[in-house]
Design a protein around this ligand. Structure first.
Ligand SMILES: C[S@@+](CC[C@H](N)C(=O)[O-])C[C@H]1O[C@@H](n2cnc3c(N)ncnc32)[C@H](O)[C@@H]1O
Length: 216
């Protein structure tokens, strides 16, 4: 399954999406973005990392006193995010960096909060991504994930299985199971809810259970 998506495939897919991404996935995913950022309850001066920030649709939602860093693998998506920041004068954005979120250049424990919206089913190794999010987050800090995970409904699950063979072309896998992410990483689930159309996506609010010295 993981072999269907690698860095080159993801970059190629999001090079194609970049120009039309906001039109296709702007409004439809916005309830999830709003919910996460409201729930983050950012306090002035807090540093937030958003992995897979894409075209930066979430960036205007952060309070101006927050310091937000976004990373993304796709230069084309980041270009759109940079245009948005310049156009809207978003002073909460400290930086937008081209970086693989599975192997980030940040020191351990650099951020108060770390967010991944619609990203864990896009990266080649979701568990590695989550472990890296835990590493760069302060111990006990907040980690938020919004994503679709494989459905509990047998029919939906079967169709997701069929579509998964096109994961490379689509740029995401539709049948990512949730359990390994929770069991095999430093995430401690605090709250799980459903969001967006038909509640098909889930929002996970987690505490970072990694101790920095162990994660380093
Ligand atoms: C579905 S888009 C989500 C974008 C944005 N979070 C949103 O709310 O619209 C997935 C994003 O994850 C990025 N991505 C995929 N793999 C990545 C990786 N290993 N490191 C960083 N970004 C990655 C893609 O380039 C793309 O911009």
């Amino acid at each position: 399954m993981a072999a269907a998506l690698d860095a080159a495939t993801v970059k190629a897919a999001y090079r194609r999406y970049a120009r039309v991404y906001d039109l296709l996935f702007g409004a439809i995913f916005q309830p999830g973005r709003r919910r996460v950022i409201r729930s983050l309850g950012c306090r002035p001066g807090e540093r937030v990392l958003e992995v897979g920030v894409g075209t930066g649709l979430s960036l205007p939602l952060y309070p101006p006193e927050t310091r937000v860093v976004g990373v993304d693998l796709s230069r084309d998506m980041l270009e759109r995010a940079r245009e948005r920041v310049a156009r809207l004068g978003l002073r909460q954005v400290e930086g937008l960096l081209e970086m693989d979120a599975e192997r980030m250049a940040f020191a351990t424990g650099s951020f108060d909060k770390v967010v991944a919206m619609y990203v864990v089913s896009v990266v080649p190794h979701p568990e590695r991504l989550v472990e890296e999010m835990c590493r760069v987050c302060k111990p006990g800090g907040d980690i938020y994930i919004v994503n679709h995970f494989s459905s509990d409904h047998p029919l939906l699950r079967a169709s997701e299985g069929l579509f998964s063979r096109f994961a490379g072309k689509m740029g995401f896998r539709p049948d990512l199971p949730l359990e390994p992410l929770l069991e095999g990483t430093g995430l401690q689930l605090v709250e799980a809810g459903r969001t967006n159309l038909f509640g098909y996506w889930r929002m996970l609010r987690c505490r970072n259970g990694c101790r920095s010295e162990l994660a380093a």
